[in-house]
Structure formats: structure tokens, C-alpha cells
Design a binder for this molecule. Structure first.
Ligand code: XMP
Length: 326
């Protein structure tokens, strides 16, 4: 019968049988699926696995550290960090169109990942041990979504920033293929991953790049990161993490409005809170969060985040609006 420790034991055997003494790599996105898949494979084959984390600079406060420190500390995994923040900022310079942003981020991500992969493959080859396996955190619903069957398990990569090219030179290792999201979380806990990783709410691959309405730059990312961190902290403090599906926080970077703070006039940007309730993100309703929580978030953001003088609440369901603003 189904328990997380049964799954772990069973998958460890299967992974060992598949990989043998070979080498594997696994991309970490910061999300729960790739973290659990990597932790499982790490348990099975230890240092035969190298994890790759491309820091695109579009993650929220603390998320890169979660991968670089907490994930490594809890799993002992070997991690290759590609600090590509500059690459993404340069590529996104001046770009405002949502689809163009997504395309650029996806394209640069593949390039950055391939560069990291090439470095790892070259080093392994110099030791006479080619990298033969690529670990992916594909879940059962990803396979169903794609129409099922072998070789079609890549659907998620297509809309994920972790998207990989079709001409794959690796054999795939997909230890989560039979699992649903809540089962993946249970397996993650069993493997000792920190709750902040295991319980992470959905976050889009293109990250904060599509939550800045307008062009992306370091200053705007910094404003949005601070506002988002406050909103998340207050939601957690109110004990309501499980009441919302996710709560995007959006910076209207090209909009300014007049405000007053102390005895002077301000001309700052609005922050939008977009808390939603949903079963599967296909449809969603706006979450009716308590007014006192919304007040705390608004007061803290306007007091603590320079450049923001207004906080607004998105009260639109999906459809007609999408969850994300871009
Ligand atoms: P929308 O905005 O379409 O979002 O209502 C539905 C769900 O998908 C997430 N999302 C993404 N996830 N890569 C992802 O991995 C993406 O490019 C992407 N875009 C949106 C969004 O956060 C929501 O959960």
C-alpha cells in the first residue's frame, strides 16, 4: 500500500537498476518537482548525480538560497551553480511585450542550461565517465496532459523554463512519473527536504520577469522582491498558506500615481495582490482574504518598500482574467 517510504525504497531500487554506475545530471528550477526528483536520485546514486541550478535572477527573495544552501544541506547533493543573472537582464533589456519576454527567458534558459551541461559532461568525460542520464521531475498529470504513452513526457518542459531541446543526448530518469503533486510533497518530506521547498506554491518558470508589467531591470526586480516577500510572510503568519492556491504579487512598473507620505507628495508605483483559489489553475476565483490581513500587507509594503505608494487587490476570476498578469 501507498506510503512515502515505500515509494522512496521502491524508486531507489528502480533508479539504481536503470543508472548502474553511470553519471546523471538534473536541473533544479527552485520548484518542488525537480527538487524531489533530484533528492530521490541523490539517495539512490549519490555523487554519480550532479544537479544544475541556473540562477536567472528572476526568482523571489530567498529562493536561490533555498536551492544553493537548504537543498544541498538537506540532501548532500553535488550542485553546479550557473550565475546567469547578467545574461537574462541583458537579454530582457527594454522588452515589454509579455510573449516576447517569455520567449527570451525560455531561449536564454536553454542556452544557459546547455552551457552548464556541456561543462559537466566535459569534466566527466575527462575522467572517462560519460554523462548518460538526465533526471526530470515529470509527474503523472504531466504525462496525462500530453496524451500519455512513452516519449511524450516532456509536455511540462514546453511551458516550463526548464524546457529542454528535442534532440536529447540523454536517457531520461523520471522517478515521479506515477505520482500526483501531494504524493510528491509527501516523498519530499520523507527525504528530509525543508518545508519551504516541499510546500512551495506554484511559481511560473519565467518568474518575476512576467510579474513586472513593463521592462525588467534590477531596480524593479528589487522593488518587487521586497513587496512579494512581505505579502508572503504575512500570508504565512496569518496561517492562510493552504487557503490560497497562490498569490502572485505584481509590480505595475510603467504606472505611477500620486500619494502623500509624512508631509511630502510621492509619485510611486502600484503593487497588485493577486491571491487566487483554485483546484488546478485552469479556472480560479479571487481569494476572499481577511481585511485585516490585506491591511497589514498594504501598510507594510507602502512603509517598507521605496518606490511603492499604493497597493491594490485584483478581484477578477479566471476566466476572464488569467492568474498571472502576463
Ligand atoms: P495563468 O496565468 O495562465 O497561469 O492563469 C496558470 C498557472 O500556470 C502558472 N504559469 C506557469 N508555470 N511556466 C510555468 O511553469 C510558465 O511559463 C507559466 N505561466 C504561468 C501560473 O503561475 C499558474 O499557476
Amino acid at each position: 500500500d501507498w506510503t512515502a517510504d515505500n515509494i522512496v525504497e521502491e524508486q531507489v531500487e528502480i533508479i539504481r537498476a536503470q543508472v548502474g554506475t553511470g553519471k546523471a545530471i538534473c536541473g533544479l528550477s527552485g520548484g518542488v518537482d525537480s527538487a524531489v526528483a533530484a533528492a530521490l536520485v541523490q539517495k539512490a546514486i549519490g555523487d554519480q548525480l550532479t544537479c544544475v541550478f541556473v540562477n536567472h535572477g528572476l526568482l523571489r527573495e530567498g529562493e536561490a538560497e533555498q536551492v544553493e544552501k537548504d537543498f544541498v544541506a538537506s540532501t548532500g547533493a553535488k550542485l553546479y551553480i550557473a550565475d546567469e543573472r547578467e545574461r537574462f537582464l541583458t537579454a530582457l533589456d527594454g522588452v515589454t511585450d509579455p510573449e516576447t519576454k517569455r520567449k527570451i527567458i525560455g531561449r536564454e534558459f536553454i542556452r544557459a542550461f546547455e552551457a552548464a551541461e556541456a561543462a559537466i559532461v566535459a569534466e566527466a568525460a575527462s575522467e572517462g565517465e560519460p554523462v548518460k542520464f538526465l533526471v526530470q521531475g515529470t509527474l503523472y498529470p504531466d504525462i496525462v496532459e500530453s496524451g500519455g504513452g512513452e516519449g511524450t513526457s516532456n509536455i511540462k518542459s514546453h511551458h516550463n523554463v526548464g524546457g529542454l531541446p528535442e534532440d536529447l543526448q540523454f536517457e531520461l530518469v523520471e522517478p515521479l512519473r506515477a505520482l500526483f503533486k501531494d504524493e510528491v510533497r509527501a516523498v519530499g518530506r520523507e527525504l528530509g527536504l525543508p518545508e519551504e521547498i516541499v510546500n512551495r506554491q506554484p511559481f511560473p518558470g519565467p518568474g518575476l520577469g512576467i510579474r513586472i508589467i513593463g521592462a525588467v531591470n534590477e531596480e524593479r526586480l528589487s522593488i518587487l522582491r521586497k513587496a512579494d516577500a512581505i505579502a508572503r510572510a504575512e500570508l504565512t503568519a496569518a496561517g492562510l498558506d493552504n487557503e490560497v492556491w497562490q498569490m502572485p504579487v505584481v509590480l505595475l512598473a510603467d504606472v505611477r500615481s500620486v500619494g502623500v507620505q509624512g508631509d511630502h507628495r510621492t509619485y510611486g508605483h502600484p503593487i497588485v495582490l493577486r491571491p487566487v483559489s483554485s483546484e488546478d489553475a485552469m479556472t480560479a476565483d479571487w481569494s476572499h482574504l481577511p481585511y485585516d490581513l490585506l491591511s497589514r500587507i498594504s501598510n507594510r509594503i507602502t512603509n517598507e518598500v521605496d518606490g511603492v505608494n499604493r497597493v491594490v487587490l485584483d478581484v477578477t476570476s479566471k476566466p476572464p482574467a488569467t492568474i498571472e498578469w502576463e
